[in-house]
Write a protein that binds this ligand. Structure first.
Ligand code: BGC
Length: 589
């Protein structure tokens, strides 16, 4: 039987061979060409290439991370802080939503959550233990401005965030601060929330308060987290606050204001603060990767439409060189609006001045990636008109590993494809992966979370090294278990377990915390992880195979639990052993 040690040597070896392969390119038809000499690669080298391609799952194990890559973990105010009405904090739309509706599946609230308002030093200690470069946290607008407007400041709120930021800095952890992570002050919602264009001005005022109070220390700002999920709150009653049912209309009205709000905050910073504070600003956008169901041009077009409806809606006005909404998006929304009997499209128009003010308001592209969908066919117009804004028929492959969340099917290669899409569309903008994570029921032995993180980081490395994507940061969602919005405490994403029945909300590292800290320490996907996760290495291998299939019907089957894959891993080793022996023999010839 092969010893486990042998397995690690093979794994490092694949890395070396693969590196060798990376310096080559197939520019001359069938034969690879050496990039440096321009000559065709000889027989022996071709054989090596063949063997490495045939037997190597990826470059990733053993390849060091780029030295500039920042690694961190994230949370958001409503999900962890608790203290919902303490020390002068105002009421937010999530406070109202959880107290007034039965839509949180377990009937829970974020009133106490992980109690980070009191226990933030424990969070920082956990971050220190992980060894992260940064912590992505959000500021509760209502804690700082209880009425939402900047005429009334809550000194206790400012004091709290000063304390958190200082604690982070004292521990050499960089704060990455999200200004808005879904918790709009209720008084602003009473004015219509994000459907009211004036909200962009209130956001600018709020931004001014934050830059003035914290900008001397905070150098990374995310204006708005996932505006796409914010607008879902103006689409249907659930699952997002404020739960306003304004299908179509509210959705795009809110989107329009959010984009303007982001741009106003960016321009304010640029004019008044950047010279002194030298910080950077971006948006964090979420999207699945949308894979065409088949290679047909119709499916390819529908997959593109899907990504435009979710990511392009916000990204194109800000990150593209021409600005504004795309023609494709406008055509779809115009048609659906007309089919619904509206005289004007749900998708508003920016003035030419707005187009140019909004365009270019970024220093980086924040990306939150969790999963992938298969796209085939636009819904017929009459169905789209009745839908809640989902104009495309989306499915998942039965072969993708599942999770406790309907949303998260594990498709690591989707991240790589999404990064390549962003690179192509937005001129290789610097990308900060601001969220990526796996939900389970909260067990301490959370091997699947480690698998998820490792496999996604490995795809990120391929995007960097092989596709030339400009990724400079990776963030695990989340540092600690927390209030998962309308899923309450039924889905846990934390590297640290939080005991929610303990008044002291004790934090305990899960096995993924140990794996993640090793990744950070070694700045590579570590062999010690392979030692623990032998099963998953074969799962990753199979996922790469899946990636190469153009049609989901060709997807290889694999179980979500690695156990029954273990024999595959042995077969993989055996093939390697045979090929290595064989190749060393050829080299001696
Ligand atoms: C959000 C987080 C959320 C996570 C997991 C992201 O969309 O930004 O707040 O907890 O997904 O669902």
């Amino acid at each position: 039987m092969l010893s486990q040690n042998w397995f690690y040597q093979v794994a490092s070896c694949t890395g070396i061979v693969q590196k060798h392969f990376s310096s080559l390119t197939k520019e001359a038809g069938m034969y690879p060409v050496d990039k440096q000499t321009g000559e065709r690669v000889g027989m022996k080298r071709r054989l090596w290439l063949f063997l490495s391609v045939a037997t190597t799952a990826s470059t990733v194990f053993g390849d060091p991370f780029p030295s500039s890559l920042k690694i961190g973990a994230a949370s958001s105010a409503y999900q962890v802080e608790g203290a919902w009405n303490d020390s002068g904090k105002g009421v937010s739309i999530w406070d109202t939503y959880v107290h007034g509706t039965p839509w949180v599946v377990d009937g829970s609230t974020g009133d106490v959550a992980a109690d980070s308002y009191r226990l933030y030093k424990q969070d920082v200690a956990a971050l220190k233990q992980l060894g992260v470069d940064f912590y992505r946290l959000s500021i509760s607008w209502s804690r700082v401005l209880p009425a939402g407007t900047s005429n009334i400041l809550n000194p206790a709120g400012i004091e709290y965030y000063n304390a958190v930021i200082n604690e982070l800095m004292d521990n050499d952890i960089e704060p990455v601060v999200t200004m808005y992570h879904w918790d709009l002050p209720q008084p602003l919602q009473d004015l219509g929330g994000w459907t009211n264009p004036v909200m962009a001005d209130f956001f600018e005022d709020y931004a001014r308060v934050l830059f003035s109070a914290f900008g001397d220390r905070v150098k990374w700002w995310i204006t708005i987290n996932e505006p796409y999920n914010v607008i879902l709150g103006y689409n249907a009653a659930r699952p997002f606050a404020p739960g306003v049912e304004a299908k179509g209309v509210g959705h795009y009205l809110a989107a329009h204001t959010l984009i303007r709000a982001h741009a106003k905050a960016y321009r304010l910073y640029e004019k008044k603060f950047k010279a002194d504070q030298e910080g950077r600003l971006g948006l964090s956008l979420c999207s699945h990767w949308f894979e065409p169901m088949t290679n047909s041009s119709a499916d390819v077009e529908v997959a593109e439409a899907s990504i435009q409806l979710v990511l392009g809606l916000f990204a194109h006005p800000v990150y593209s060189s021409e600005g504004d909404y795309t023609q494709m998006l406008r055509k779809i929304v115009d048609q659906v609006s007309a089919a619904q009997g509206f005289n004007r499209s749900h998708l508003r128009h920016f003035s030419p001045e707005e187009v140019s003010t909004i365009r270019g308001t970024f220093d980086f592209f924040g990306l939150n990636y969790y999963s992938t969908r298969l796209a085939n066919a636009l819904l017929p117009l009459d169905e789209a008109a009745k839908s809640e804004g989902d104009y495309v028929n989306l499915t998942v492959s039965a072969n993708w590993p599942t999770s406790v969340s309907e949303v998260v099917k594990v498709v690591p290669w989707g991240l790589r494809k999404l990064l390549a899409w962003i690179k192509d569309k937005y001129d290789n903008v610097p990308v900060f992966i601001t969220e990526n994570g796996f939900p389970d029921s909260g067990q301490l032995d959370d091997v699947r979370r480690s698998q998820y993180i490792v496999s996604h980081m490995s795809e990120m490395l391929k995007a960097i090294y092989q596709d030339g994507c400009n990724v400079f940061g990776y963030t695990v969602w989340s540092l600690i278990d927390n209030m998962e919005w309308s899923h309450g405490y039924t889905e846990k994403f934390g590297l640290y377990h939080v005991n929610f029945s303990d008044p002291n909300r004790q934090r305990t590292p899960k096995s993924s915390a140990r794996v993640f800290s090793e990744i950070i320490k070694r700045r590579r996907l570590p062999e010690s992880f392979l030692r623990v996760e032998t099963e998953f290495s074969s799962e990753i291998t199979m996922e790469y195979a899946t990636n190469n299939c153009s049609s989901p019907t060709q997807h290889v089957t694999h179980a979500s639990s690695g156990r029954n894959l273990f024999p595959c891993s042995r077969k993989f080793l055996a093939v390697w052993l045979a090929t290595l022996t064989c190749s060393s023999y050829i080299f001696r010839l």
